[in-house]
Design a protein around this ligand. Sequence first.
Ligand code: TRP
Length: 334
Amino acid sequence: MEEAIVRKKKIFSGIQPSGELTLGSYMGAIRNWNALQSEYDCVYCIVDLHAITVRQDPAQLRRRCLTQLAQYVACGLDPEKCILFIQSHVPEHTELSWILGCYTQFGELSRMTQFKQKSQQHADNITAGLFTYPVLMASDILLYQADAVPVGADQKQHVELCRDIAQRFNGVYGDVFTLPEPLIPQVGARIMSLSNPANKMSKSEPDGCVNLLDKPEDIRRKFKRAVTDSETVVRFDPESKPGVSNLLTIYAAATGKTITDAETEFVAGGYGNFKAAVGDAVIELFRPIREESERLLSDKAYLEGLYRLGAERAHVIAQKTLRKVHKKLGFLPR
Ligand code: TRP
């Protein structure tokens, strides 16, 4: 009988341990990652090498990496189904990054929107690392031969550059790398700041940002103070009612209801009730995640075992790709 070998598609993604995981990272990324893990071979990374493109406090970085791993698991990422690891534990990432840097144009990196923004924000510290960061990201993706990369819209340009680099390399040396596609979640997954709904939810606006590990009373307070508008009607209209629409998006995502159902639910009752209900929905959504994260964090040995195993499994795949690259380039085998 003919054997049908159906290769599962591969997924790679990562989040920087540069802050607490937020409602935004949950709705926009991790929830998605969760859904992908049964259908694909998934590799999910904590990209600490990326985080140091801006200065980090060492003790905080260490704590955040471990917390982020606990949170990955508490959110439902299953270490039996996917590979969970810490980027700096697999040296192939930086090794391939050097090589790919030799196949990336200065002009291409200069055109990266995020580089232009960040170098304005950190005008006194524009490092080579900030500049070459997309090359490291390309290495992350290409080492695992990922077919698809779930990322926010802000990272699409980096995945496209990765594709260009891979294509260029393949053009010279044959089929070495799989060309990855960005996997951008639908618009509803973009969560905005509660205090300034024109901006994406981010740690730089702490009052408008809900963290996965926030205590219920803090979540309640943040939603109570959420910026809305001077009307009183709960209606989805991101253009003229960004605050209310963001809250509706959050409520729908947290409860699994549709936006339309949510609108109907809050026709009467005013903004006060509405904001409280959204807060409660998020509190209930995060309660089991927070409790499980705390439980896992009290078992450091388990988490250490987990990231060691993750790094070993990642290393096996990464090494295979890097060997192939070395051979193609003409490096003598060790
Ligand atoms: N640059 C991404 C961000 O800031 C994080 C990241 C690093 C990443 N390497 C990656 C995402 C590889 C997807 C794939 O959000």
